[in-house]
Design a protein around this ligand. Structure first.
Ligand code: SF4
Length: 96
């Protein structure tokens, strides 16, 4: 069952290309040839259309949230699939 409660996307316009997200969650984030991070779907295909969103598998949830919180470009958006509310990233409320 691949039910996903969160979705993640990257705003490539703000991506610095440092690669932190690729280190945190290589099953989700990967560089394209332009040196910017993009998200991969559940088949591992890189979605090179800017701002594409994919579901976050439960086993990767914390890795993806950590990546969004630490992303230096503040350009990883993690939202609830059900209602689009931001849970991590620049639009999410502070956590501490
Ligand atoms: S952590 Fe953020 S700024 Fe760095 S490569 Fe990933 S999306 Fe781009």
């Amino acid at each position: 069952m691949s039910e996903s409660h969160l979705q993640v996307s990257v705003d490539q316009d703000l991506c610095t290309g440092d690669g932190l997200c690729v280190q945190y969650a290589p099953d989700i984030f990967e560089f394209d040839i332009d040196g910017l991070a993009y998200v991969k779907d559940e088949t591992g295909e890189l979605l090179t259309s800017g701002g594409s969103a994919v579901g976050v598998p439960e086993r990767l949830r914390l890795d993806v949230i950590d990546a969004a919180r630490d992303c230096p470009g503040e350009c990883i958006h993690v939202r609830r699939s059900a209602d689009g509310v931001a849970v991590a990233g620049p639009e999410a409320p502070p956590t501490s």
